[in-house]
Write a protein that binds this ligand. Structure first.
Ligand code: AMP
Length: 478
């Protein structure tokens, strides 16, 4: 199976090549043709199956570039996931110049309002903030033709389902609706019956059941011995990358501090941090800048990080469903991972309800022996003191050779995207295909130049007028 058989347009094919997606994953094989036919669908699939691209590829293919108002709306439970899906759309739609934006809470509404006024093909958001924009009429809905409800079961668990429903009711009736969920409880089925039209039901058998990819164990420990045990486990396992989950921000901060004092390459993430910091930490961890991430459940949902070798539940999750989300971070893409939970003597009942929800047994294991720890100590010390090899960003294949140029003129000078495209494409050695996303603000415009031609365009535009105006141009700061 290849992507060629979907007869995708050249810009999308080219982006997939850049991303090194040579073969569609199972969910993509099943979802893409149905989406291209514009049928409603329900998809039972888990993160890690390639499901984001399964809806992003056909949507990028189907949207009309010329339309300024959003044509696709993606609802997703968390801000990190919204941001990541936006990046996936941007990477896949790079050569078609698809503009995607993410809207979520705790980020200034006003910035989002301004960005929403510009051309956007795809809007990805968390339900609360999307609804806010709808109510304030800052998110135009009349051109929405595609609705994706991602991780519907997680949104249900987080109490978002009423907001999701309110959003659906505000959308044009004539649209394609794609609902993705790992499980289909009654509330989700109700939603499907109400709002999906003759959906095609797609179910992906997880190729290897999750419990086989991940070795799930627990170790019994008294509260006061937890940190010593954590330290022994990390030495004995000596993971390349590890997430340590706690239930509260305070404990995350405390463990992070204790490990940092012991010179672990570590950082933390929780909901009390400002969004920019959360993204920065997540990106650094993804890139392998440090090995130990201490996190509350905000980091557990849907985030795509490759190759986490060890997940430690310093505390059992408060919500039993979270166990699967937390440990789903490891053992991805066919690699074997380990999940170790620290369980206090009175917590066996909790553990059993977690097993029930997860659908597999979590076996008891012994704490690492003194010998084990001692024999691993040297290798462990080496690893925590060496600088980890930084991994490549997965969209770097399409992002390389891109230069973002700043021009000191925008809407107030009555400039439009076509004016920039028309002028830049006339430069010798440059074509419209070398132009990426154009963002026009009131007094500034940002234009992405692709294929390593940024400097060529930069120098030419220093002496070329756009609509009779000579603008200041330089390389944009971000
Ligand atoms: P998701 O299930 O959407 O979280 O995707 C899981 C991971 O698979 C992401 O890192 C994607 O970049 C990657 N991926 C998606 N589709 C493909 C493909 N066809 N070939 C290789 N990698 C893919």
């Amino acid at each position: 199976m290849t992507f060629q058989q979907f007869a995708l347009s050249e810009p999308i094919q080219r982006a997939l090549e850049g991303l090194k997606y040579t073969e569609p994953t199972e969910v993509q094989q099943l979802v893409i043709p149905v989406a291209l036919e514009k049928s409603d669908m329900t998809v039972k699939a888990q993160t890690g199956s390639g499901k984001t691209a399964s809806f992003a590829i056909p949507i990028c293919e189907l949207v009309t570039w010329e339309e300024n108002k959003p044509q696709a709306l993606v609802l997703t439970p968390t801000r990190e996931l919204a941001q990541q899906i936006k990046e996936d759309f941007t990477a896949i739609g790079r050569f078609k110049r698809i503009k995607a934006m993410a809207i979520y809470g705790k980020h200034p509404f006003e910035y989002q309002r301004i960005e929403l006024k510009q051309k956007n093909h795809v809007v990805v958001g968390t339900p609360g903030r999307v609804l806010d924009h709808i109510r304030k009429e800052t998110l135009p809905l009349d051109e929405i033709k595609y609705l994706v409800i991602d991780e519907a079961d997680v949104m249900l668990n987080m109490g978002f389902i009423e907001q999701v429903e309110a959003i659906i009711r505000a959308l044009p009736k004539h649209r394609v609706t794609m609902l993705f969920s790992a499980t289909f409880p009654e509330e989700i089925q109700q939603l499907m019956r109400r709002y999906l039209k003759e959906p095609v039901d797609i179910a992906i058998q997880c190729e290897t059941p999750i419990e086989q990819l991940v070795e799930h164990t627990f170790i019994e420990v008294a509260k006061e011995d937890k940190f010593a045990l954590l330290s022994d486990i990390t030495v004995a396992e000596n993971p390349d990358s590890c997430i340590i989950f706690c239930n509260t921000q305070e404990l995350v901060n405390e463990i992070d501090q204790l490990l940092a004092d012991l010179r672990y390459p570590c950082d933390r993430i929780h909901g009390g941090m400002v969004q920019e910091d959360r993204f920065a930490v997540m990106n650094d961890f993804k890139r392998g800048e440090f090995r130990y991430l201490i996190a509350t459940d905000v980091a557990a949902r849907g985030i795509d990080i490759d190759n986490i070798s060890l997940v430690i539940n310093y505390e059992l999750p408060r919500e039993k469903e979270s166990y699967v989300h937390r440990t789903g971070r490891t053992g991805r893409a066919g690699k074997l991972g380990k999940a170790i939970s620290l369980v206090m003597p009175h917590e066996h009942e909790r553990l059993r309800t977690i097993e029930e929800v997860a659908g597999f047994k979590i076996l008891e294991s012994a704490a690492p022996s003194v010998d084990q720890v001692a024999s691993n100590q040297a290798a462990f010390d080496d690893k925590i003191s060496e600088r980890p090899k930084v991994k490549k960003d997965r969209s770097s294949g399409v992002n390389k050779d891109i230069t973002k140029l700043y021009f000191n003129g925008g809407k107030r000078k009555k400039l439009r995207a076509v004016d920039f495209v028309g002028t830049i494409a006339k430069i010798d050695g440059v074509t419209a295909d070398d132009i990426g996303i154009i963002t026009i603000q009131d007094i500034a415009t940002y234009v992405e130049i692709l294929n390593g031609k940024g400097h060529l365009v930069l120098y030419a535009m220093k002496e070329t007028t756009i609509k009779g105006k000579l603008l200041k141009v330089h390389i944009a700061k971000s």
